[in-house]
Design a protein. Sequence first.
Length: 259
Amino acid sequence: MTPPHDDSAIVATLLAQPDRAIFLDFDGTLVDLAATPDGVRLQPGVREALSRLAAHHDGALAIVSGRPVDQIDAMLAPLVLPVAGVHGVERRGFDGQLHVAPTPDISPVLARAQSLAVLHPGLLVEHKRGAVALHYRLAPELEQLCVREMTAAVQACPGVLLLHGKMVLEAKPAASDKGGAIAAFMREAPFAGRVPVFAGDDTTDEAGFATVQQAGGTGVKVGAGASVAERRLDSPDALRAVLLATPQPEPGVAYDDIV
Ligand SMILES: [Mg+2]
């Protein structure tokens, strides 16, 4: 167990520096985890805070998520941000162009996960572009069975990697990860030449932390658990408090003017 430690003041200072590029995971970082992926809710003020922060950094703010890009868009609407989805398989840059990485055939993993979910109604299968997530949050007693089944299924699929996240097993292309997505953003305007900061909460975010720290930036782990990230916030609440406080808009500038 990680000892209690919170770098809120340092993270607030980093986010306020206008030469940064900001990358944020979504689930468990910006929003609290829920019983099902559809159950998460954006807290009041977070959308407006993201809009202000994006403007403060000349647009160099992106969401880097395991969700598909269109789900992130739906959650943030009417705000539209650069987004990397499905752990980097999909990426829409600041210019609005969508990049999609090649994906190996994942259908055997999907079939196995769906068979398991038929037998065990507490399991939830998500099929995304090039990835399959098996959620067992509603049936935690099935963890070992899920691990066994998904490990076997992935072993039969070259180029597919199994991630073990918070109450979820996700098979995704080995060649795509959040680190690669952040590196791709950093080669493009308005991210290029800035110092990256990435906040995330789960195993899939470790590749992102490594990438930003190799580039001289800062990884921020949200919540407990081992991490390569140099900084830590206690919870999504702690991150939201920092976002809501920093930076404040210019007097007289309305939210609608920024969006
Ligand atoms: Mg997360």
